[in-house]
Design a protein around this ligand. Structure first.
Ligand code: GLN
Ligand code: ZN
Length: 754
């Protein structure tokens, strides 16, 4: 067999430890710098990433994991599969960015979530007219660049099966896997070129194979890798899976001639059962969690490597997936207490863990005994820290969950609420946020730099609230909001106020393109030391007689956008967060709120990849929402907001949330969603967004009225709400005012027709 390796990672963060790439591409987009400047920043980041990995003891270093925007888009470029509408742009870099972001005349490709992570990839469009052609310049370029630096480079490429499964068929209903025969020759050709350039290994990423796949799909994967492993001159092939278990695909892939298979042993512990089939393979064992930020239990991992993985042909230690999903390093984080710091491992710390395990596995444990000692100490201090086991909280949670009788029936609640709110039929409202103006951003920055104090910051935010309330009064909206100016982010805002969460200062992770987020770390039991939103509500309500909605983020969304505990089931963490939100709803009600909205835009995001796991997830996620929202009286109206309209597997769950009013994104998918909801007997209030806030376009009165009339065909007037399809924070003041004016006018027109 080819030279094997012992320690690797499946990929690295690429945005730059100080988000250098973000700044460089944004300055290029704005025309403030040229391509050469951008390329030199990129080259510096790559060099730094590779040399750090090598110097840390990684003996096979992933390359081509760098990207100016997204690695799936890079793959589309490699295969010559960009849509015709961008093909006319001569400059390759501008063409690439036009595909990713669009320009004045070209619509961008769609973007969607990368499996169940918070990374988003660009969805390639493949039409019958697409003719594939290999452009290996990026991967060969990075390979040569790395080899010239003496890096043991292993190019990483999205594999052919995953590429086709993730792409979107255009002008056809044929499954794209039928196009495999067209791209395999390109991959085969690429293998030859990589070998010629000096690659010993190549990694093909096939995460799509950890989801439920049909027999035909698995057979296609098998054919693909039979074909590629049959190529004469080629590097050794590592077929990389991650985010779950390969299941039925594992034995099929084991029969192909690929030299190595990477398995995720964190998200896919079922993979262990498949290891006996890998007796002739180089198994790259993903025992260090690439997606979460906890220090690895090294003893346990080493035990696993030595026993259950002992039957592998040969073994390398690895992260479970690319480190793209965690921040660069703990070194950038101040403000962590000593205990918490000792429990964590970000990107570079995970690399150290991989190397320590590989060293111990090679029989040289004495060299890395310190790492093992730290890991052991972390295990024990974490297990014994009082912040993780609050007996009083747990007792209270038990008591509430078992005594919670729920609320009255939907109809009964509607009657009481309608009376209390006194709203006209087809009530109008907005989803929560109003434009995040320059004044807001300036104030936030000034507070952070210490140029203004907390009191001045609050004064400025109150001014924003007053403006937004006045605007809504002027426009004649029915249920008002305060506009959320004080929230940097709908999850972080709550995480910063709840005990049990740590909000990082520099823990940036790429979300898409140049956009980065800092997911908070949920490390302990969740407590709400004080009300979080009540004063903002109270202030807004003091300015108007119309009902102002209290605005909260739901437990599932808070978890979905955080790093979560791995020492208890997610369901338990969800209930703890739910209890804090429940207490907040009760305080809002006591302060006078007649309507409270609990947003769950991420409800669908945490849906498990395998069908067999979905029911359980939906059960606890719905349960946590109900726990969060059932503490108020029947007279208090609960709203929720979901950021999508393709319900699929979650449609029953949406009904199960039992929110009095659910606003959904429907402007773009017409009103089909209402039919879907009717089909499951949904009989609550619903606000199918009547215009698309993702575009600066101001919708006309006619157009909104038309969409309301369409909605009325599916939903009786007394259940229908009128609202935009999402929050307005990314929009400008003028368009918002014009759009909402038309929304109110259209509603009045349609009301008159009733
Ligand atoms: N209330 C939030 C807002 O309006 C909801 C955001 C979201 O749907 N992601 O901004
Ligand atoms: Zn939304």
């Amino acid at each position: 067999m080819t030279l094997t390796f012992t320690a690797t990672v499946l990929g690295s963060p690429r945005i730059g430890p100080q988000r250098e790439l973000k700044r460089a591409v944004e300055s290029y987009w704005a025309g403030r710098s040229d391509a050469a400047t951008l390329e030199s920043v990129a080259e510096g980041l790559r060099r730094r990433t590779w040399t750090q990995l090598r110097d840390a003891g990684i003996d096979s270093v992933p390359v081509n994991t760098f990207s100016y925007y997204d690695h799936v888009l890079d793959t589309a470029v490699m295969l010559g599969a960009l849509p015709e509408r961008v093909a006319g742009i001569a400059d390759p870099l501008d063409r690439y960015f036009a595909a990713a972001r669009g320009n004045d005349t070209i619509a961008p490709l769609e973007m969607t979530k990368w499996f169940d992570t918070n990374y988003h990839y660009i969805v390639p469009e493949i039409a019958p007219s697409t003719t594939f052609a290999l452009d290996a310049s990026k991967v060969l370029g990075e390979l040569r660049e790395a080899l010239a630096l003496g890096i043991p480079a292993r190019p990483v490429i999205v594999g052919p099966v995953t590429f086709l499964l993730l792409s979107k068929p255009v002008d056809t209903n044929e499954p794209l896997l039928g196009r495999l025969g067209e791209i395999l020759p390109l991959y085969a050709d690429l293998l030859g070129r990589l070998a010629e350039a000096g690659a010993e290994w190549v990694q093909f990423d096939e995460p799509a194979l950890v989801a439920d796949r049909s027999e035909e799909e698995i057979a296609a994967a098998r054919r693909a890798y039979d074909h590629l492993s049959g190529v004469d001159t080629r590097p050794a092939i590592l077929l990389a899976s991650y985010f779950g278990s390969l299941g039925e695909a594992l034995p099929a892939l084991a029969e192909t001639g690929v030299e190595g298979i990477a398995v995720d042993l964190v998200a896919g512990s079922d993979n262990l059962a498949g290891v006996p089939a890998l007796a002739h393979k180089h198994v790259v064992a993903g025992v260090v969690d690439g997606r979460n930020i906890w220090r690895t239990d090294l003893e346990k991992a080493l035990g696993q490597l030595g026993t259950q993985l002992g039957s592998a042909g040969s073994l390398a230690v690895s992260t479970s997936c690319s480190l793209l999903h965690v921040p660069y390093t703990l070194d950038a984080e101040s403000g962590l207490d000593k205990a918490l710091r000792s429990w964590l491992a970000f990107g570079s710390e995970k690399v150290r863990e991989v190397v320590a395990l590989a060293t111990a596995l090679a029989g040289r444990r004495d060299e890395v005994e310190d790492e093992f000692a730290l890991a052991r100490a972390a295990q024990s201090t974490r297990a014994n820290d009082g912040r993780l086991h609050d007996a009083a909280l747990r007792a209270r949670l038990n008591e509430i969950s078992s005594s919670d009788g729920g609320r009255a029936s939907a109809d009964a609640r509607r009657e009481i609420q309608t009376d209390k709110l006194g709203l006209p039929v087809l009530p109008t409202t907005t989803i929560g946020s109003y434009p995040q103006t320059t004044a807001i951003r300036v104030a936030r920055a000034a507070l952070r730099k210490g140029e203004i104090d907390e009191a001045e910051y609050i004064r400025r935010m109150q001014q924003e609230v007053a403006d937004v309330v006045a605007l809504q009064e002027k426009l004649g909206l029915g249920v008002l909001v305060h506009g959320e100016p004080e929230r940097n982010d709908m999850v972080q805002y709550f995480a910063e106020q709840l005990d049990g969460f740590f909000a990082t200062a520099n823990g940036w992770v790429q979300s898409y393109g140049s956009r980065c987020v800092r997911p908070p770390i949920l490390f302990g039991d969740v407590q709400r030391p004080h009300p979080m939103t009540v004063e903002w509500y109270r202030y807004a309500q003091s300015l108007t007689d119309k009902p102002v909605k209290g605005m909260l983020t739901g437990p599932v969304t808070i978890l979905a956008w955080s790093f979560v505990r791995d020492d208890q089931p997610l369901a338990d963490s969800a209930d703890q967060v739910a209890l804090a939100i429940r207490d907040e709803t009760i305080d809002l009600e006591a302060a006078g709120a007649r309507v409270v909205q609990v947003d769950e835009p991420a409800l669908r995001e945490l849906l498990p990849l395998r069908k067999k796991d979905q029911e359980e997830y939906l059960k606890w996620s719905v349960g946590s929402f109900r726990l969060a929202t059932s503490g108020v009286t029947d007279a208090t109206q609960i709203h929720t907001h979901l950021c999508y309209s393709e319900f699929g597997e979650v449609i029953d769950a949406i009904a199960g949330l039992d929110a009095d009013v659910t606003s959904i994104e429907a402007a773009r998918s017409r009103m089909e969603v209402l039919d879907d909801l009717n089909a499951v007997g949904f009989d609550l209030g619903v606000g199918p967004g009547v215009y698309d806030i993702h575009s600066p376009r101001v919708p006309s009165v006619d157009e909104i009225a038309e969409s309301l009339r369409a909605a009325l065909k599916a939903v009786p007037a007394q259940r229908l709400w009128v609202n935009p399809d999402c929050g307005l924070k990314t929009r400008g003041n003028e368009e918002v005012e014009a759009s909402l004016r038309n929304l109110v006018a259209a509603t009045e027109r349609v009301r008159a027709e009733l």
